[in-house]
Design a protein around this ligand. Structure first.
Ligand code: ADP
Ligand code: MG
Length: 396
C-alpha cells in the first residue's frame, strides 16, 4: 500500500527524522492558512501517489509544476488553487495524470546538496538493504543504469540489526564528514526502525539534503507498506487513499483478487498466480498483449469470479477475454457459473475464449454450453492464446 508524502513525513517525525515544518491542505484557503504559520520561503507540493512531481506539469496547463517555491502566503494560495482539482502528469502517472486533491505547504530548505537513500527487501539475501547515492533528486533507476558505481548498497543482517557500523558506512560512503555525517547516521538508524516497525516494503528519501548550515533533512518521503502485514497496523491501514488507486484494482482488492491492470487488449481470468503468469507469457508468445494479470485464487467462489469477470468487462481496452482455468481446488463448474453470471449481468460485448481443465470440467463445459453465450472453446493453452489473439484483432 502506498501513502502520500505528507503522511510519510508524519511517520518520519515520530521517529525523529528531520523534515521541513509544514502541513497538508485540501483547499487554497487552507494552504494560505498553513503558509501564514511559516516564515521565509515555502514550497507548495502536489500530493499524489506518484513521483516526479517536481518535473511534472498539469495536464491542462503545461507550465504549472507539481512542486513550486513561493515567497508569500498569497503565492502559496495561488499555486494551491492552480493545482487542486487538476490532473498532474509525471513520468509515473501516464498521460491521463492523477488529480491533485491535497497539497503540502512546507518551509523551503536551503539546499547545499541532494542525496538519495532508499530501503527495500533484498529477497536474495533475506535482509533489508539500504541503497544510497550522492546523485539525489534523480531517478535512482537512471543512476543505476548510467552510473552504477555511484550507488552504495548495504544489507543489514536481521539477527544483528542496525548498528553504528551501518550508520557510519552509509554516511561516510556518501562522502559526509563531521557533525553532518553523525546526523545522517542517526537518520539511517531511524529509517531502519521505520522500515521494520511499520512492515514497510519500500522507504525512499529522494532527496535527503544537506543544508547550507550542514544539517541533514528529508525533503521527500515515499513509504510503501507490505499489504500482507497491514492487519497488524490498523493505524497505518487507515492512511489508505482509495482516490489514488486504480478503480479496477480497488474493486479486485476488495474482493480479495490479485489484479494488475496492464496496457494490452486481451483480458485474462486465470486461477493461480503461476498459471496467470504463463497465460500472459503465452499470449505474448503468439503476438498478443494481455490487458491484465488476474488470479482468482485457488478456492475462488462464483461471486469472486463474477467480480473478476465484471472488472475485466469494464476495461474499455479489452477486445477479447481469455478464461484459463485448471480446476484443482477451484472447480470448473464454479468458475463457469461465475463467468455466466457476470456475462449476463454486465453484457458480453467481446469474444470469449475459454479453456477449462481439471475438477468438474464436464459440468463446467455443460454450464457454459447451456448459457448460450458466444464462447469459443479451446483445447489447450496455446490453442486458447491463438484464438484470443485472433479474436482481439490478430498478432502485432
Ligand atoms: P518528486 O520526487 O515527486 O519530484 P520532491 O519532493 O522530491 O518531489 O521534490 C522535487 C524537488 O523539489 C526536490 O528534489 C527538491 O529539489 C525540491 N524541494 C522539495 N521540497 C523542498 C523543500 N521543502 N525546500 C526546498 N526544495 C524542495
Ligand atoms: Mg523526490
Amino acid at each position: 500500500m502506498k501513502i502520500h508524502e505528507y503522511q510519510g513525513k508524519e511517520i518520519f517525525r515520530r521517529y525523529g527524522i528531520p523534515v521541513p515544518e509544514g502541513k497538508v491542505a485540501q483547499s487554497a484557503k487552507e494552504a494560505h492558512d498553513v503558509a501564514d504559520t511559516l516564515s521565509g520561503k515555502m514550497v507548495v507540493k502536489a500530493q499524489i501517489h506518484a513521483g516526479g512531481r517536481g518535473k511534472g506539469t498539469l495536464k491542462d496547463a503545461p507550465t504549472v509544476h507539481g512542486v513550486k517555491l513561493v515567497d508569500s502566503a498569497d503565492a502559496a494560495f495561488a499555486h494551491a488553487k492552480a493545482l487542486l482539482g487538476h490532473a498532474l502528469c509525471t513520468h509515473q502517472t501516464g498521460p491521463e495524470g492523477q488529480v491533485v486533491r491535497r497539497v503540502l505547504v512546507e518551509a523551503a530548505t536551503e539546499i547545499a546538496k541532494e542525496y538519495y537513500v532508499g530501503m527495500t527487501l533484498d529477497r536474495e539475501h533475506s535482509r533489508v538493504a539500504f541503497i544510497a547515492s550522492t546523485e539525489g533528486g534523480m531517478e535512482i533507476e537512471k543512476v543505476a543504469a548510467e552510473t552504477p558505481d555511484k550507488i552504495l548498497r548495504l544489507g543489514v543482517d536481521p539477527a544483528g540489526g542496525f548498528t553504528a557500523f551501518h550508520g557510519r558506512k552509509l554516511a561516510y560512503g556518501l562522502g559526509l564528514a563531521g557533525d553532518t555525517a553523525k546526523q545522517a547516521a542517526k537518520i539511517m538508524a531511524s529509517l531502519y526502525q521505520v522500515f521494520v516497525e511499520t512492515d514497510a516494503s519500500l522507504v525512499e528519501i529522494n532527496p535527503l539534503v544537506v543544508t547550507k548550515k550542514g544539517d541533514v533533512i528529508a525533503l521527500d518521503a515515499k513509504v510503501n507498506f507490505d499489504d500482507n502485514a497491514l492487519f497488524r497496523h490498523p493505524e497505518l491501514a487507515a492512511l489508505r487513499d482509495v482516490d489514488e488507486e486504480d478503480p479496477r484494482e480497488r474493486a479486485a482488492k476488495d474482493a480479495e483478487l490479485s489484479y494488475v491492470a496492464l496496457d494490452g487488449n486481451i483480458g485474462c481470468l486465470v486461477n493461480g498466480a503461476g498459471l496467470a503468469m504463463s497465460t500472459m507469457d503465452i499470449i505474448k508468445y503468439v503476438g498478443g498483449e494481455p490487458a491484465n494479470f488476474l488470479d482468482v485464487g485457488g478456492g475462488a467462489t462464483a461471486d469472486q469470479v463474477t467480480t473478476a469477470f465484471t472488472i475485466i468487462l469494464k476495461d474499455p481496452k479489452v477486445r477479447a477475454i481469455l478464461v484459463n482455468i485448471f480446476g484443482g481446488i477451484a472447480k470448473c463448474d464454479v468458475v463457469a457459473t461465475g463467468v455466466v453470471q457476470a456475462a449476463k449481468n454486465v453484457g458480453l460485448k467481446v469474444p470469449l475464449v475459454v479453456r477449462l481443465e481439471g475438477t468438474n470440467v464436464e459440468l463446467g463445459k455443460k454450464i457454459l454450453a447451456e448459457s448460450k453465450l458466444a464462447i469459443t472453446p479451446a483445447s489447450d493453452m496455446l490453442d486458447a492464446a491463438n484464438k484470443a489473439v485472433a479474436a482481439a484483432g490478430g498478432a502485432k
